[in-house]
Write a protein that binds this ligand. Structure first.
Ligand SMILES: NC(=O)c1ccc[n+]([C@@H]2O[C@H](COP(=O)([O-])OP(=O)(O)OC[C@H]3O[C@@H](n4cnc5c(N)ncnc54)[C@H](O)[C@@H]3O)[C@@H](O)[C@H]2O)c1
Length: 378
């Protein structure tokens, strides 16, 4: 299985170090592997030597990172089915016999949640409950990490960073559905996973992530990259909104470190919620990030004329204006820390799109960035 006890003990004594020998051949079950974060995570786990089984619907964007980066080649199995198909989910989990489950599959967009609140709750809340319930039937599973978001907190916009013990809430249907996921995790953990040898279940809360190959609608960097590639200005709503920005690989490595800790001898103490936010220097307004991205694009793409204009925030649905995370728990318990600061994050992200725009091989670009990141992390 790849988890020799000596390797595990060594790993736990130095949790911030990534031991690829520990992860080699470890079976993972990853929901949402065809999405943006799931594609990066599949490739990262593959790079660490793990055996990745995926469960998700088909990619929904055009283009999509899963196809562009040839993620299918990194998988042991690739099941396309709905989270709410309980029988298919149980079958896939039983066939994979995973040691670790990463649950990422969700309807992840705030604005889409206003258009389809019931669908968002069905996917995010009942989908998560079904994953947790399926895990009860498969004893090979030792650790589960459920991916929620920084938006799970009740947000009075008081400019204080949120810690894991702060009240859950959520104004829009997406945020509330993810807060409800946290309740499901807590309930299933306390109701069904209390035995000493039971699987350990944690949740992971990260904010807006950026990185190459995100083609989702209504996300800042994809909107910028689409406009710049067409030679058009990008128009911003909520240009003054402060967000915590981070590269997608930062929380993803955090999830891996969390799984490592859950698998350790005293792993039960890590079966709780963890924030994975950027350093305070990773906070910036939407306008600042867009302006830096435009500058970087113009430097990377010969003859480009990327630019930013401010749109009208009136009439837009409510979105939280300020979100900051206190990630001390992940730093102290897991030895986790962000590895790429905001300039490095934007440099790598814009470079990914610029190189792909210039005809570069997205699979190669993505793998090179993972290697560069792991080098920075070691
Ligand atoms: N991208 C971000 O900035 C961000 C920030 C915070 C949290 N998150 C969370 O991270 C996770 C991944 O987000 P992403 O940005 O990669 O999203 P994405 O839309 O790119 O990917 C979503 C994935 O979930 C799958 N999926 C959706 N509904 C499904 C269903 N009913 N059954 C089976 N599979 C289904 C899709 O097929 C896809 O593989 C989500 O849980 C999201 O809430 C993302």
């Amino acid at each position: 299985m790849g988890f020799g006890s000596s390797a595990l003990e060594e790993m736990v004594s130095a949790p911030s170090v990534i031991h690829t020998d520990v992860w080699r051949d470890c079976p993972f079950f990853l929901t949402g592997h065809t999405g943006f974060k799931g594609s990066w995570l599949s490739l990262l786990l593959h790079r660490l030597g793990a055996r990745v089984h995926g469960y998700a619907l088909d990619p929904t964007t055009t283009p999509d990172l899963f196809t562009q980066a040839r993620v299918a080649q990194a998988l042991v199995s690739d099941v396309r089915a709905n989270l709410n198909d309980a029988a298919a989910l149980r079958r896939a989990l039983a066939a994979a016999q995973p040691r670790v489950v990463f649950h990422l599959a969700a309807q992840p967009l705030v604005r889409a949640s206003y258009a389809d609140p019931l669908g968002t709750w069905a996917d995010n809340v009942m989908g998560t409950a079904r994953v947790l319930d399926a895990v009860r039937q498969v004893p090979s599973v030792r650790a589960v990490v459920v991916i929620t978001t920084d938006k799970v907190y009740e947000n009075p916009e008081h400019n204080q960073p949120f810690a894991e013990g702060d009240p859950l809430g959520g104004h829009d249907p997406y945020s509330a559905s993810k807060a409800a996921c946290e309740l499901a995790v807590s309930s299933w953990r306390r109701s069904f996973f209390t035995a000493p040898d039971a699987a350990r279940i944690a949740s992971a809360r990260a904010g807006n992530v950026v990185g190459g190959g995100d083609w989702a609608a209504d996300r800042l960097l994809p909107d910028c990259m689409r406009a710049f590639a067409l030679g058009q200005a990008v128009t911003l709503r909520m240009g003054q909104a402060v967000r915590p920005w981070q590269h997608v690989l930062d929380p993803l490595l955090g999830y891996v470190q969390l799984a490592q800790s859950l698998l350790s001898a005293d792993g039960a103490k890590y079966a709780q919620a963890y924030n994975f936010g950027p350093d305070p220097s990773g906070q910036a307004t939407v306008g600042e990030v867009a302006a830096t991205a435009a500058q970087q694009w113009n430097a990377d793409v010969p003859g480009a004329n990327a630019r930013v204009t401010l749109g009208d925030a009136q009439g837009q649905p409510h979105e939280a204006g300020l979100l900051r995370l206190d990630s001390s728990r992940a730093r102290q318990d897991l030895g986790w820390q962000p590895r790429w600061d905001l300039p490095a994050t934007l440099r790598h992200t814009v470079a990914w799109y610029a190189q792909a725009h210039g005809g570069g091989d997205a699979a190669q670009i993505t793998r090179q960035q993972i290697d560069a990141y792991l080098e920075a992390a070691q």
